[in-house]
Design a binder for this molecule. Sequence first.
Ligand code: SAH
Length: 219
Amino acid sequence: MDSAETYKQKREQLVKYLEAGGFIRSKEIAEAFRSVPRHMFVLEEYLDMAYDDIAIPTINKSTISQPSTVATMLELLHPMKGNKILEIGTGSGFQSCLLSKIVGDNGRIVTIEIDPVVDKFAVDNIRAQRSNNIRALVGDGSIGFIDEAPYDGIIYTAAAPEVPKQMLVQLKTNGRIVAPVGTQVTQTLKVIEKTSETRSREKDFGIFAFVPLRGQLGF
Ligand code: SAH
């Protein structure tokens, strides 16, 4: 069996595992995990672990998040075809590519990475997938990215001390922010829904450990 077929089988196993564990609930998210080859987002020495449910170090202290965590966050974000999503912390570009599949050709992913070396790694990975609806840029995502606002959803892939009010300004009404909020050691995964121009509702979804958000409104 060639390696492409082996990786495809491993992806299918990972999807089954994530579905059985209740991490993946929707067919759109299952389909995205089936089609984005996670092994193309890890360094060569970690190829064997590419489809294990673990976070894997990449470069400059960045990581590719654990698949079950990515699935949980995507289900909570609930992205839909045609949506415009802001991702804070591009990392390997893996989650950006999943989002790209989910929102489709009429959607758009804006992803921002503070570390230029990590951004270069991600941009190469994203290019290899030919995802044309992703704009990856270098910058401080702790203040969002006003130029392309408003977004249907905002997802933090780094731990934030808080989600500042100005982020809600960059969100459409009925849009959602998914973010791990807490200390640099542990965080609560929060979903903040903008229910009207002036109101929002917040819910908590378990304890996680992400790399800390840096920048102006980070740690
Ligand atoms: N979603 C990624 C994982 C990202 S890890 C994946 O699927 O691979 C978190 C990333 O957030 C790190 O690469 C880190 O450099 C970046 N980061 C930290 N603070 C940031 C900030 N203020 N703005 C943008 N990116 C930031």
